[in-house]
Ligand binder design. Structure first.
Ligand SMILES: Nc1nc2c(ncn2[C@@H]2O[C@H](COP(=O)(O)OP(=O)(O)OP(=O)(O)O)[C@@H](O)[C@H]2O)c(=O)[nH]1
Ligand SMILES: [Mg+2]
Length: 303
């Protein structure tokens, strides 16, 4: 009797969609780990973020991307270019749409971009937990079927995990045969410094309102082991564009910055699995979003 060799599949899967549809939430749900930050505001994700899921029969390398939208300035164009560039080198595209907002104006542009490629596309209709009557999903799915040939259309709730296994099954089937590219315990290729900076930025998105989070970038200036105190010593800078923004980030008697630091430290400790000292500083870097040198320094744009 000949032994049948099991097929192993591997490849890259881009998560694309309009801003705020739940791409990063889906990545975290798949990995059961917070690799990519999320917020109820659009344009949260600014970089291409890799999340690696290794199972018995496949390795799926997910690429989270910034939301695609009509960019009105240079910085947003960088975000959109980052997302579109990620589409070029993947094996499968997972196109997320939001149940209640399937007609998002960005979807047309996304379909146009993916139609030019010869890559299989799977649509995930997200946030189904927000519709009480699941029959309401049918017209959305039907309409989408008319736009182009999709491999599958899968209703999911990235937040609760519903339908995510079905989505992964569909994705796996489309991946080419091949070996694992990364060791099986690898979750991301992002350095810890980047993940730490992102967790701080996420708290700014959650705690500070209006347009201010968009003017914020975070860099980690120091990351070292404090052997005496058995903890990691981290110092990070929250960059803003104007003095008035600095005052808001710091808050009355430093309360806002303290809260950002407290919440971020909790998440960073969970990420690193050890105690952390987090020192936060706020610095004004005038109009950094318009400055190519500073943008590159902060890690934005195509690498
Ligand atoms: N009710 C519900 N909310 C969801 C679901 N998935 C994501 N969300 C929420 O939608 C908001 C946006 O989620 P993100 O994951 O940050 O969205 P994104 O597509 O990565 O957004 P950008 O990075 O800005 O493009 C957050 O408040 C999430 O909690 C879902 O399945 N159900
Ligand atoms: Mg995101």
């Amino acid at each position: 009797m000949t032994e049948q060799k099991a097929i192993f599949r591997s490849g890259y899967v881009a998560l694309v969609g309009a801003p705020n549809v739940g791409k990063s939430t889906l990545l975290n749900q798949i990995l059961q780990e917070k690799i990519s930050i999320t917020a109820p505001k659009p344009q949260t994700t600014r970089n291409r973020i890799l999340g690696i899921m290794t199972g018995p029969s496949s390795q799926m390398i997910f690429v989270d991307t910034p939301g695609i939208h009509r960019a009105r300035d240079r910085f947003n164009q960088i975000l959109v270019d980052t997302a579109l560039a990620a589409l070029n080198d993947v094996d499968v595209i997972c196109f997320l749409i939001e149940t209640g907002r399937a007609d998002h104006p960005a979807n047309e542009a996304i379909i146009e971009a993916i139609q030019r490629l010869n890559t299989p596309v799977i649509v995930a209709v997200n946030k189904i937990d927000t519709v009480r009557n699941k029959q309401e999903l049918l017209p959305v799915i039907d309409r989408f079927k008319g736009y182009m040939k999709f491999r599958a259309i899968v209703p999911i709730s990235a937040l609760l995990g519903d339908g995510v296994y079905a989505l992964l099954t569909e994705i796996e089937q489309v991946l080419p045969e091949g070996p694992a590219y990364y060791p099986e315990d690898y979750l991301t290729d992002q350095p810890e410094r980047f993940l730490v900076a992102e967790l701080i930025r996420e708290k700014v998105f959650h705690l500070v309102h209006q347009e201010i989070p968009y003017a914020v970038a975070v860099t980690v200036e120091q990351f070292s082991e404090d052997q005496q105190r058995h903890r990691i010593h981290i110092e990070a800078v929250v960059h803003v564009e104007r003095d008035s923004q600095k005052a808001i980030i710091i808050g009355k008697q430093g309360q806002m910055l303290k809260e950002i630091g407290k919440q971020a430290r909790k998440d960073i400790e969970a990420l690193l699995g050890c105690r952390v000292y987090l020192g936060l500083f706020v610095r004004v870097q005038k109009n950094w979003r318009k400055n190519p040198r500073v943008l590159a320094e902060f890690g934005y744009g195509l690498k």
